[in-house]
Design a protein around this ligand. Structure first.
Ligand SMILES: [Zn+2]
Ligand SMILES: [Zn+2]
Length: 124
């Protein structure tokens, strides 16, 4: 395996992990009758001038994925509805402090760890 193949494989793995995380997130929320953000995908714009956080319904999210084909050579990114830049990514909302953050792709074990308070749902 050469370096570029390895890179592509690691990106595919990251995307697969992310998709899995989203599916788990949706399932977890759906299994709870009181889930207030059921089937909503948390998004966050990484543009430092924008930083918009917003939610998409599962339907909107699926439509967006099929439109934008996020299989680029970077972390999946999507168009931000506020600044119109392709800087938005799938984010998570900390259940403890409400901080919206991007999953830590480099460290799958800490994927859902809140950078603000350190809370991690999967570590509960
Ligand atoms: Zn933005
Ligand atoms: Zn937190």
């Amino acid at each position: 395996m050469d370096i570029s193949t390895k890179k592509i494989v690691s990106i595919v793995v990251a995307i697969a992990c992310l998709a899995l995380a989203v599916i788990i997130m949706i399932k977890t929320h759906n299994s709870r009758s009181s889930g207030d953000i059921a089937d909503h995908i948390q998004m966050l714009c990484t543009n430092p001038k924008c930083g918009q956080s917003y939610v998409l319904s599962e339907k909107q999210f699926k439509a967006m994925i099929s439109n934008e084909a996020p299989m680029s050579m970077q972390t999946p990114s999507f168009s931000c509805p506020k600044c119109k830049q392709k800087t938005a990514g799938i984010a998570m909302k900390c259940e403890k402090c409400g901080n919206v953050f991007l999953p830590n792709y480099r460290s799958p074990q800490n994927l859902d760890k809140c950078p603000k308070c350190g809370f991690s749902k999967s570590h509960q």
